[in-house]
Write a protein of this length. Structure first.
Length: 175
């Protein structure tokens, strides 16, 4: 009788272990499925750029693109629309001085579509700037793009998923 009870305990313990493993595997499958769905409609915001004119060539700098449109153009190169897009162009100036900080909001920007911001290209020439854009995908996931611009040259690009609140809350509250 004791052997049968012990055997039942072993079988039930193994069954419980299998159920726990199955629940974990199912949650991993669910997570991968959500991630795959998000990838199919993920937006990615950047600035439109193009090759430099021969007169604007920088011979001692790295071979990177310069903003060539008359106004700053915001482009969605992602596979889905960018919703509730907040953007800000921050002038990097010496500590204690205030630089310009034009900002704006777009309700949406379709994939492969661009929008001409009311910021002229000429304002980017004598200085360094950070362009920051925050936006949501169709699923409500928050994304962020950071671009460094030095003397109208795009020198770095960072695209990431945000887990925290919006950094550009001031832009959102201004609407």
């Amino acid at each position: 009788m004791f052997c049968i009870s012990l055997l039942q305990l072993v079988v039930l313990t193994l069954t419980l272990g299998c159920l726990v493993w199955y629940a974990y595997a199912t949650s991993q499958i669910k997570k991968a499925s959500v991630e795959q769905s998000e990838a199919l409609q993920k937006p990615c915001i950047t600035l439109r750029s193009g090759p430099r004119d021969l007169d604007d060539a920088i011979l001692d700098g790295p071979p990177i693109a310069e903003i060539t449109t008359p106004r700053l153009q915001i482009l969605n190169i992602g596979s889905g629309p960018a919703l509730r897009l907040c953007y800000e162009l921050r002038e990097l100036v010496a500590k204690g001085t205030v630089g310009m900080r034009p900002r704006g909001f777009l309700p949406h920007l379709q994939q492969r579509d661009s929008w001409e911001a009311p910021i002229s290209r000429g304002t980017l020439t004598p200085g360094d700037f950070d362009f920051l854009a925050e936006y949501e995908s169709l699923s409500g996931t928050l994304y962020q793009t950071r671009i460094r611009i030095e003397n109208a040259v795009l020198v770095s690009f960072d695209f990431s998923r945000c887990e925290a609140q919006r950094i550009l809350n001031a832009s959102r509250a201004a609407r």
